[in-house]
Ligand binder design. Structure first.
Ligand code: ADE
Length: 254
């Protein structure tokens, strides 16, 4: 997968040299380009923002540097819009609190793409015409990390790249570890334990020491349901609701 990022803070993305994503870059599974928006300004001060038309607080990012930067990345690559396959050319992603909620399903969908281009807005956002223009040429999505406001898109892009990147085959060494994670089957994950079997008076649940794989699977599933019901009841579909007479939980409260 190719990932391009346009930002006024390229250093933010230095951490992508580290850990699993750093290894994925070294091995060529992920190819990364980080582009400084200011390299696409043409005035003495390298300005990327200006006051908003209509008044109001804050500054808005000017369209011209964005146009130059994105044209340079997209080149001739911008092809058929919404052609319905993942070979449709790059997809442009603008992190924004006004976007669609990013989640595991979206991460999985985006992990199948060949080229992601992220545009990190700052200040009060990017002149709307940038999105309007590229929507007529390419696939464009506004994506929100959650219902809170960050100072800019960089942190949101970091989170998205990590969530997407680890789903690319080969990035995580043992693909089995991706299967039983929170959100993969619509539920939060079950609690995990390792040695020692007893620590500070707290014992590992005996079923996990039983060697009975059926009982372990059933216990883990029940833990997932109970934890989801307790922490994120909004995720529970009717078929996953525990029966009304289910006995009180023995789960850790987390
Ligand atoms: N930029 C500012 N706030 C954001 C958020 N919540 N999600 C994505 N991008 C953002």
């Amino acid at each position: 997968m190719r990932i391009d990022i346009v930002t006024i803070f390229p250093e933010f993305f230095d951490v992508l040299d580290l850990s699993l994503l750093g290894k994925a870059r070294q091995s060529g599974l992920i190819e990364l380009g980080v582009h400084n928006l200011r390299d696409h300004t043409h005035d003495r001060h390298h300005s990327v923002d200006d006051t908003p038309y209509g008044g109001g607080a804050g500054m808005v990012m000017k369209p011209e540097p964005w146009g130059d930067a994105l044209d340079a990345i997209l080149g001739d690559a911008v092809t058929v819009k919404n052609a319905g396959t993942h070979d449709d050319g790059p997809i442009l992603l603008f992190p924004s609190p006004a976007g669609d909620q990013f989640n595991q399903a979206m991460a999985r969908e985006l992990s199948l793409e060949q080229h992601l281009v992220f545009g990190c807005g700052r200040y009060e956002g990017i002149d709307q015409r940038v999105v309007d223009h590229y929507e007529s040429r390419s696939r464009v999505r506004l994506v929100s990390l959650g219902d809170y406001v960050l100072n800019g898109g960089e942190v949101a892009v970091m989170a998205m790249i990590e969530a997407i990147g680890r789903l690319i085959p080969g990035v995580v060494g043992n693909p089995e570890s991706l299967v039983e994670e929170s959100h993969e089957d619509g539920l939060l994950e079950y609690p995990s334990y390792t040695k020692p079997a007893s620590w500070r008076g707290l014992d590992v649940p005996p079923v996990l020491l039983s060697g009975n794989h059926g009982a372990i699977s059933a216990w883990r599933r029940q833990q997932q349901i109970e934890r989801t019901e307790r922490v994120r009841p909004d995720l529970l579909t009717p078929e996953l609701q525990p029966p009304a007479n289910a006995k009180a939980s023995t789960s850790p409260r987390r």
